[in-house]
Ligand binder design. Sequence first.
Ligand code: GLY
Ligand code: MN
Ligand code: MN
Length: 456
Amino acid sequence: MNKPKFKIRDGLISLFLLGCLAALAPLAAAWEREPNSVFAERRAKLEAAINAPVVLFGYTGHEEANPSYVFMQEENFYYLTGHNEEGAAMLLVPQSAAPKGWTGPREILYLPPRDLAEEKWNGPRMGPDDPGIKEKTGFADVEKFDKLRDALAALGKNFPEIYTELPGPHDEGYPHAANWSKWVKDAAPQATLRDVASDVGTLRAIKTPDELALIQKAIDPSIDAQLAAMKMMRSGLYEYQVAAKMVEIHAAAGCETEAYAPIVGSGINSTVLHYNKLDRQIDGGEVVLLDVAGQYSGYAADITRTIPVDGKFSPRQREIYEIVLGAQNAALAALKPGMTIGGQGDTSLQKIARDYIDSHGKDKEGHSLGKYYIHGLSHHVGLDVHDPSGPSRPLAPGMVITIEPGIYIPEENLGVRIEDDVLITPTGYKLLTARLPRSPDEIEKIMAGGKAEREK
Ligand code: GLY
Ligand code: MN
Ligand code: MN
């Protein structure tokens, strides 16, 4: 809706929607943010690792034109600042700047000036001149965004390198890093720009206790939603109806959004890895793959179960399911610090899962099943459902990853994935999704209970 086209009818609709929102308000949890000290510590660690100026930009709020878009902060920026509003930037200045004539503070948050007319539409924002803004944001200094260019120009004359986000392989349609790195280059032409992303990714991989608590708050309602889907499942439902129930459960528990587009794939759609159309009517005798999870205060869960529509796996469905479960258990049995997500060596969890799948069961032509396992076993989870960290980095305590083997056989309309979230501990791992059963017998029992409830 464009602002100038505002009409009385729209106003009435808005009033009605506001009323609905007000009625829902007690259900919604406030955004939970870690204390300022945690963000400050991350900035100090990053600056210690880099020892050069670092400049990072938050999203502007204009990244998407879709009217349903709700602002969500750029993840690296949020991780280092906890600032969840539009149009901000952050500058870190190394200790070595003082002898080079830098007299300013060593960390500055830059904010756009407040726009009171805009705030009538979108609510209050923090501004650089707000009383107590330094204490509120936890930064040594908070300045007007306009001042950043001059600061970069001064630093560029004294430092050969400035770190910022450079465009990566996934930046094509969403050119945040491309646009801002060009802006930095214009402001400080003498400096060479270096990418800060891998240094921030290294920090992000190890979760704080508060981050773990937020991930668990995304996981818990996601488990509840998986259980509800098992209980409601029957032929004749549309995939979107199952997804709607799951999303409702996430939202009612305070999840601000889904961690990714829900995947509810029935029959042949169970073999499409990121299937998200959800427009098919579910038929008897099929499996349904449910890869659906919520996001809580920025943090993702990522959970998949595959269930039989009628509440009983056919012998072939059960055979394939048990091979996937066996591969998951084999990877879990080996999971501990020092192992790696990918690679070909002895520490590779991916290799363990692939070898298991390739040495159990056959397809209809008598071939082994390895060729039907077509994705990686694992990725990190955090502010992004696919959190940064390379597949060859040894696992360490405090990391949260998925373990998600799968077998997808389109010729048999049969795809099975089982996906759980685990925390790496000093001696092994903790299954964060342990409350959600994985065994076929337990799944059938839950589904039988749901059916009995429905038929009461
Ligand atoms: N839900 C996306 C994934 O499992 O990676
Ligand atoms: Mn995943
Ligand atoms: Mn998933």
